[in-house]
Ligand binder design. Structure first.
Ligand SMILES: [Zn+2]
Ligand SMILES: [Zn+2]
Length: 83
């Protein structure tokens, strides 16, 4: 246990629009992101392997828990290539 305010890494992402999902359950349904008023046609993929995510350097993976981060919303950036 630690006192770190780091978030845990996200668990899924949409390869089409790049949305990051914090819950693996996102892979069970079509991406819910709206693009220009239309629902994204992408399908979230799981990304739960070591190396799939790298910590945001701006917020050290806090992802706005203490102060909003201009670079991320989740504290992490996708490290693997979107496929
Ligand atoms: Zn999407
Ligand atoms: Zn950040």
């Amino acid at each position: 246990m630690s006192n770190s305010t780091k978030r845990t890494p996200p668990q899924a992402y949409c390869a089409k629009c790049g949305t990051i999902f914090r819950s693996i359950s996102a892979v069970n349904s079509q991406c819910s992101t709206l693009i220009a008023g239309k629902r994204c046609k992408g399908w979230p993929r799981s990304a739960v392997s070591v190396g799939d995510w790298k910590e945001c350097e701006s917020c050290k993976a806090e992802g706005g828990l203490r102060v909003p981060c201009p670079d991320c919303s989740s504290g992490y950036h996708l490290a693997r290539k979107r496929v």
